[in-house]
Write a protein that binds this ligand. Structure first.
Ligand SMILES: Cc1cc2nc3c(=O)[nH]c(=O)nc-3n(C[C@H](O)[C@H](O)[C@H](O)COP(=O)(O)OP(=O)(O)OC[C@H]3O[C@@H](n4cnc5c(N)ncnc54)[C@H](O)[C@@H]3O)c2cc1C
Length: 352
C-alpha cells in the first residue's frame, strides 16, 4: 500500500521499487541524457543519486549491486501513478529487456481503475457559436483537476458497445482498451466548479474530429472518462505573450482570466472568419487581438511585430498546429533570443 507520511513538503505519497540491470550506473547516465533531451529537470549527485523533480513529484534512482533502486514521492495518488508510468516508460525506451524485471515493493491494486482516472457523466453539450461545442460533465472527486495541471485527457467510449475502461495490471501500469473501443484525446479544463462537481471543456469542431463527432451526438448521462490532470499550469511572469489557434483559445481564455492586472503583455488568437466564441475578461495590463485567417492574417507575422518583453521578466506561450509551432519555436530561440525557460511552444494538433 502507498504510505502516507507527515512532513514539511507536500509529497505525501511514496512508492519504491527496483529492476535488475548489469550496468546500473551507465543506465542512470542514459536517463540523464534522455531527460535533458526533453527538458526535464534532472540532476545527478556525486554519490550517483539521480533526481528528477517535476510538479508531479520526484523520482530518485540509485545504482545498487546489479540493479537500480527507485524511490518516488508525489502530492497525490494520481501523480504517484503517473510517476510509476514515467519510470516504466523510460525503462521501456532505454533498456526494453529490463522492463519485465521492474518490481514495485508496494501493493498494486491490480484490476482497479488507474488512480488518475475518474468516471464522469455528460451534463450537457451545447453549441458555442458555430465553431465549438461546450461540454459540461459531472463526477465524484474532481478535486485533482482543480490544480496541478490545466489539461486532461477525455476517454470516450464507443457507442452501441459495452463500455470499457483502462485497468491496472500486476505491475501497476494502465492497460488500455483498443482505440476503437475507447477514444482518448487531450483537452483543456476551461472551468471547474468543485462545489457542484462539474467541469467544462470547449471542443473545436473540425473535419474528421473524433471528439467533436462524439460531442455532436452526446446526450446527458453518457459515460465519459477523465484522465489527469497534466500538461502545465498558468504561466507566471511580469510580461506575458499568449498566442494560438482555436484549439488554444480555451487555454488562453483561462490563463487571461487568472492573470493579475499588474501583468503586461499581449494575447493573439488566429481563427477562421469572424470569432463568435465568448471572449474572456482581459487583465488591465494586457490586450487581446483576434486575427482572421481568411484575411491572410497569421500568428507568425503578428508575433514578429510585437514586443516580447525584457529577458528574465517575460513568458512566451504558444499553442497551435505542430509544424507551425516547431517553426515559431525555432524563430523565438534563434532570432529573438527567447530561452527554453522563458517559453512554452507546443503543438496542440497535427495536420494529417
Ligand atoms: C495540451 C492540449 C490541450 C488542448 N486543448 C484543447 C481544447 O481545449 N479544445 C480543443 O478543441 N482542442 C484542444 N486541443 C487539441 C486537440 O487535442 C486536437 O485537436 C486533437 O487532435 C483532437 O482530437 P480528436 O481525437 O478529436 O481528433 P484526432 O483523431 O486527433 O484528429 C482527427 C483529424 O482531425 C485533424 N485535426 C485535429 N485538430 C484539428 C484542428 N484544430 N483543425 C483542423 N484539423 C484538425 C487531424 O489532423 C486529423 O486529421 C488540445 C491539445 C493539447 C495537446
Amino acid at each position: 500500500m502507498n504510505k502516507m507520511i507527515s512532513g514539511v513538503n507536500r509529497h505525501f505519497f511514496k512508492a519504491s521499487g527496483h529492476f535488475r540491470i548489469s550496468e546500473p550506473r551507465a543506465f542512470l547516465d542514459r536517463v540523464v541524457r534522455y531527460c535533458e533531451t526533453y527538458d526535464l529537470p534532472v540532476s545527478m549527485t556525486q554519490a550517483d543519486r539521480l533526481a528528477i523533480k517535476t510538479n508531479m513529484g520526484s523520482v530518485n534512482m540509485r545504482p545498487v549491486s546489479g540493479a537500480v533502486s527507485i524511490h518516488l514521492s508525489a502530492p497525490n495518488d494520481g501523480a504517484l501513478h503517473m510517476l510509476r508510468e514515467t519510470v516504466a516508460f523510460q525503462i521501456e525506451t532505454l533498456e526494453p529487456t529490463c522492463l519485465a524485471g521492474l518490481e514495485w515493493h508496494d501493493e498494486i491494486a491490480q484490476g482497479r481503475l488507474p488512480p488518475n482516472f475518474r468516471m464522469a457523466r455528460v451534463v450537457s453539450v451545447s453549441a458555442l457559436g458555430r465553431s465549438f461545442w461546450r461540454l459540461i460533465v459531472e463526477g465524484d472527486d474532481l478535486v485533482p483537476f482543480a490544480w496541478d495541471g490545466m489539461h486532461l485527457r477525455l476517454a470516450l467510449p464507443a457507442r452501441g458497445a459495452p463500455v470499457q475502461w483502462p485497468r491496472l495490471n500486476e505491475r501497476g501500469r494502465a492497460v488500455w482498451p483498443e482505440p476503437q473501443d475507447l477514444h482518448v484525446a487531450v483537452y483543456t479544463i476551461r472551468d471547474i466548479d468543485l462545489s457542484i462537481g462539474r467541469l467544462t471543456i470547449d471542443i473545436f469542431r473540425h473535419e474528421g474530429g473524433r471528439t467533436s463527432d462524439w460531442a455532436a451526438s452526446a446526450v446527458p448521462g453518457d459515460a465519459i472518462g477523465l484522465i489527469g490532470p497534466g500538461g502545465g499550469w498558468f504561466p507566471s511572469a511580469n510580461h506575458l505573450v499568449l498566442a494560438g489557434d482555436e484549439t488554444a483559445l480555451p487555454a488562453i481564455s483561462r490563463i487571461l482570466e487568472n492573470t493579475g492586472d499588474y501583468v503586461t503583455g499581449t494575447a493573439i488568437v488566429e481563427v477562421a472568419g469572424a470569432l463568435d466564441f465568448p471572449l474572456p475578461n482581459v487583465p488591465a495590463g494586457m490586450s487581446l487581438h483576434v486575427l482572421d485567417r481568411a484575411n491572410g492574417d497569421r500568428l507568425e507575422a503578428a508575433l514578429a511585430q510585437i514586443d516580447l518583453g525584457a529577458d528574465g521578466t517575460r513568458h512566451i506561450w504558444v499553442a497551435a498546429e505542430k509544424g507551425r509551432c516547431a517553426a515559431i519555436r525555432g524563430d523565438l530561440r534563434d532570432r529573438r533570443g527567447v530561452t527554453r525557460r522563458e517559453s512554452y511552444v507546443t503543438g496542440y494538433w497535427q495536420k494529417t
